[in-house]
Ligand binder design. Structure first.
Ligand SMILES: Nc1ncnc2c1ncn2[C@@H]1O[C@H](COP(=O)(O)OP(=O)(O)OP(=O)(O)O)[C@@H](O)[C@H]1O
Ligand SMILES: [Mg+2]
Length: 453
């Protein structure tokens, strides 16, 4: 009984039942009342007719005619004189005529009226019509109507209403059962689904296609389950990648430490191994720092502090910063900015974005090539392009390069020293500026990264 569907269906059931009962009771009473009124009216009208005929033409023959006219088994007429003696009547039992005569003697009526109207208890209803004829004869015309037919009609009507009531009760009950099932079934399925979700089982399938609120709720739960499932896989993959990324340099560290501890090594060899250990440790440190950066971005705990600053000055400073590493690989870095303009962004974050892109351009370009950094104002926004003529990215991999720890061909990483976090950080930073980043690349020909913020 705690189920909401049962409550709803019960409410519906009770309300409709009450309305049904009220309507039936009202109809039953009204039909009976109007039928009884009709009987009273007919009786009074007939009695008045007979009385009028008698006033016009008081004679034995008229009395006979009146009696003859009322010779039916349901109706009777009695005509009395002014002393209460019966001067004409239909076939009625002696006891009844006796009762009526004694009743008449105590009656003093001047207009037509109903003497007995209690149709429920009395075997008949009776009207009385006083007359004074043109021959100065006076008395009463009494009309009697048996209540048998009325009672029979009421009985039949009650029976019909009873049957209609029982049928509507059964129909209502079926509707109640179906309704509570129809509402309950999707609710139960959704409850089971959410219970599964709370236990960490996200492979939920809710096949509720209805377009109502229940359908919307089901599709929201399904979406939540899908999102949670995807997050779970993403998290697992990410953790596996992190574990892998950390375990590789650690294996090197342990291996080289063991080798460096050998007593047979010369000083120069030991220094070589220690250098490798320092290099690997730095790589790990960088990776952990980047991971922490990403985690902070995911939690949205970092803020973007936008300000206006000169583009030319900003980019020239960056070019100066990266120039030594570019020189080392003998790659020419061109900076193209036809006219100076103002950038409205967080300078520290934007620097991180551009340095990451320039770092990739350098890392994935061959010696003696060129990298171009272009900056301009376009439709009120800052457009930055980093163009290289390096190794390029295969078309099928382009969609994934912004994912955390994703690297094109895992073999590239050791050769180029990347961990696949740089572009994930760049994307988060660009999006924090409400900007966009796009890549165009051709394998073996080069890549162009375009940032618009
Ligand atoms: N300019 C580029 N040319 C060719 N490939 C690129 C370029 N930029 C990125 N990539 C590919 O995209 C992958 C992801 O780049 P990302 O910067 O995220 O990681 P990474 O450079 O490998 O490591 P790091 O975390 O040190 O930046 C790289 O592994 C590389 O294969
Ligand atoms: Mg990178």
């Amino acid at each position: 009984m705690n189920k909401i569907s049962t409550k709803l269906a019960s409410c519906f059931f009770i309300v409709v039942l009450i309305m049904d009962l009220f309507l039936m009771f009202y109809l039953h009473r009204n039909i009976i009342n109007s039928r009884v009124e009709e009987e009273y009216y007919t009786l009074l009208a007939n009695g008045a007719n007979h009385r009028d005929v008698l006033i016009e033409n008081f004679s034995e023959t008229t009395i006979k005619h009146i009696v003859l006219m009322e010779k039916s088994k349901d109706r009777a007429v009695i005509i009395t004189d002014n002393k209460g003696n019966i001067i004409g009547s239909s076939d009625i039992s002696e006891s009844l005529s006796g009762q009526i005569v004694s009743l008449i003697k105590n009656v003093d009526v001047e207009t037509d009226e109903l003497l007995t109207s209690n149709w429920k208890e009395s075997p008949y209803i009776m009207s009385v019509h006083p007359y004074i004829s043109n021959t100065n004869q006076s008395g009463y015309v009494l009309m009697l109507q048996s209540t048998g037919s009325l009672n029979k009609m009421v009985h039949e009507l009650t029976e019909h209403f009873g049957m209609a009531g029982a049928t509507s009760f059964i129909v209502l009950f079926i509707v109640y059962a179906v309704l509570s099932k129809v509402i309950t079934r999707p609710l139960i399925r959704m409850k089971e689904a959410t219970e599964k979700l709370s236990k960490g089982e996200f492979n939920v399938k809710l096949a509720i296609k209805s377009k109502n609120e229940l359908g919307e709720l089901a599709s929201s739960i399904q979406k939540l389950a899908n999102d949670l499932e995807r997050l779970k896989t993403d998290r697992n993959e990410f953790l596996a990648s992190v574990a892998h990324e950390l375990s590789t340099p650690l294996t090197y560290l342990i291996g080289y430490s063991k080798v460096a501890m050998r007593e047979s090594l010369s000083k120069k060899q030991r220094e070589q191994y220690l250098e490798i250990i320092v290099e690997e440790s730095n790589r790990m440190k960088e990776l952990v720092k980047n991971l922490l950066d990403l985690a902070r971005m995911d939690e949205n705990t970092f803020t973007v502090m936008k300000e206006s600053f000169s583009a030319r000055y900003f980019f020239e400073a960056i070019c100066k910063l990266v120039a030594p590493s570019y020189d080392l690989k003998n790659i020419k870095l061109n900076f193209v900015c036809t006219e100076d303009f103002q950038i409205y962004a967080d300078p520290l974050r934007l620097e991180q974005i551009v340095i990451n892109l320039l770092d990739n351009a350098l890392k994935y370009s061959k010696e003696n090539t060129e990298v171009t950094l272009k900056a301009c104002k376009n439709e009120g926004k800052t457009r930055i392009e980093v163009i290289d003529t390096g190794i390029g990215i295969p078309q099928e991999e382009i969609d994934f390069i912004f994912e955390k720890l994703y690297r094109v061909e895992k073999s590239r990483s050791r050769a180029y020293g990347g961990s696949g976090i740089g572009l994930a950080v760049v994307k988060e930073l660009v999006e924090a500026h409400n900007g966009t980043i796009e890549v165009k690349s051709k394998l073996g020909e080069g890549s162009t990264f375009t940032v618009i913020i």
